[in-house]
Design a protein around this ligand. Structure first.
Ligand SMILES: Nc1nc2c(c(=O)[nH]1)N=C([C@H](O)[C@H](O)COP(=O)(O)OP(=O)(O)OP(=O)(O)O)CN2
Ligand SMILES: [Zn+2]
Length: 152
């Protein structure tokens, strides 16, 4: 019967929890590995020398998804309040209301596509979370453009 015997325990169950944060950034898509002409060709309007912004309508949403065993005593995969603190320190302070290319040293040599922002967020979040907990970083750069990175 569902919910009986070993199935009723949370001890061996894996849960997925997520927290969504929004951050505002501006950037310019421009690769140091391409010529100016090639950059214009590849990135079009997003190569505008003075950059462009994201998130002025609540976009640039980032979903932080954590996956782990549900603790039998606390009933939690991880305390979302602790996750909130990690996100604030590691992601919001360095990125929110920043020019990615000028304010974040990582993007001096790495083009600030959403794929690379997802990698940056992943690499910094894994440093502060217990090993194996981070499952997925999903960024909604605009209403229509969504990037997922799972550390592969
Ligand atoms: N693979 C990627 N392609 C593009 C990225 C990216 O990060 N990875 N980024 C951009 C631009 O920075 C920007 O996100 C594009 O904005 P925009 O064209 O305004 O976005 P939409 O397609 O959602 O807007 P429309 O309303 O459809 O015009 C480009 N490519
Ligand atoms: Zn952009």
């Amino acid at each position: 019967m569902a919910g009986s015997s070993a199935q009723s325990s949370t001890a061996e169950r894996i849960g997925y929890i997520s927290r969504i944060e929004s951050f505002s950034t501006c950037h310019r898509l421009h690769s140091i590995h391409l010529s100016d002409e090639e950059n214009k060709e590849v990135y079009g309007k997003c190569n505008n020398p003075n950059g462009h912004g994201h998130n002025y309508k609540g976009l640039n949403k980032c979903v932080f998804c954590i996956c782990f065993q549900i603790d039998a005593k606390t009933g939690m995969v991880m305390n979302l309040t602790d996750l909130k603190k990690c996100i604030e320190e590691v992601i919001m302070i360095p990125l929110d209301h920043k020019n990615l290319d000028k304010d974040v040293p990582y993007f001096t040599t790495v083009v600030s596509t959403t794929e690379n922002v997802a990698v940056y967020i992943w690499d910094n979040m894994v440093k502060v979370l217990p090993p194996g907990l981070l499952y997925e970083i999903k960024i909604h750069e605009t209403d229509k453009n969504v990037v997922v990175y799972r550390g592969e």
